[in-house]
Design a protein around this ligand. Structure first.
Ligand SMILES: [Zn+2]
Length: 163
């Protein structure tokens, strides 16, 4: 049984996040850490300045309890099998998991003059994440190889890790 974070920790929820955004999608109540929410909020701000428009983040993968983590990897491996790729072992130390809970997989969009939301190229998102210096892990190319249009961002401490 994994304890939920106390509600008070959520009081610094950032502008662009609903209180339950990035929560484990199995409904167990696990929430992402403030560190990753604030880092992504900074990225939204930087991209808003770069594009001079409203930017939003679409969370494609939030934090996960162990049982949901296994389910996600079962899906990933089914997709890999279709492409004739070997299965990937679900990493036990993923930042999406407790105790870290500081990873989110995202896409980002900017609102064009017509009012339509347009995707920001993922390599631009990853480049800005790197430039800002508030992320510890940035994953892009491995997911592209899997045909998944996401950037993995996490707030691990220490030297930047990219893949
Ligand atoms: Zn869960």
């Amino acid at each position: 049984m994994i304890p939920m974070q106390p509600a008070t920790r959520r009081m610094i929820a950032a502008d662009n996040f609903a209180p339950t955004e990035g929560a484990c999608s199995c409904g167990c109540g696990l929430l992402p850490s403030d560190s990753i929410i604030l880092a992504i909020q900074a990225l939204v701000l930087a991209l808003s300045r770069e594009y001079d428009g409203r930017v939003r983040v679409l969370v494609q993968g939030g934090v996960r309890c162990q049982s949901h983590h296994q389910a996600v990897y079962a899906q990933v491996n089914a997709a890999r099998a279709k492409q004739g790729l070997p299965p990937k072992k679900a990493p036990a130390d993923s930042r999406h998991l407790p105790p870290s809970l500081d990873a989110l997989d995202v896409r980002m969009e900017v609102r064009g003059d017509s009012g339509r939301w347009m995707p920001i190229p993922l390599d631009i998102v990853a480049m800005w994440a790197r430039k800002l210096g508030c992320f510890g892990g940035i994953g892009l190319t491995e997911y592209q190889q899997d045909g998944r249009d996401i950037v993995h961002l996490d707030a691990r401490p220490g030297r930047l890790v990219t893949w």
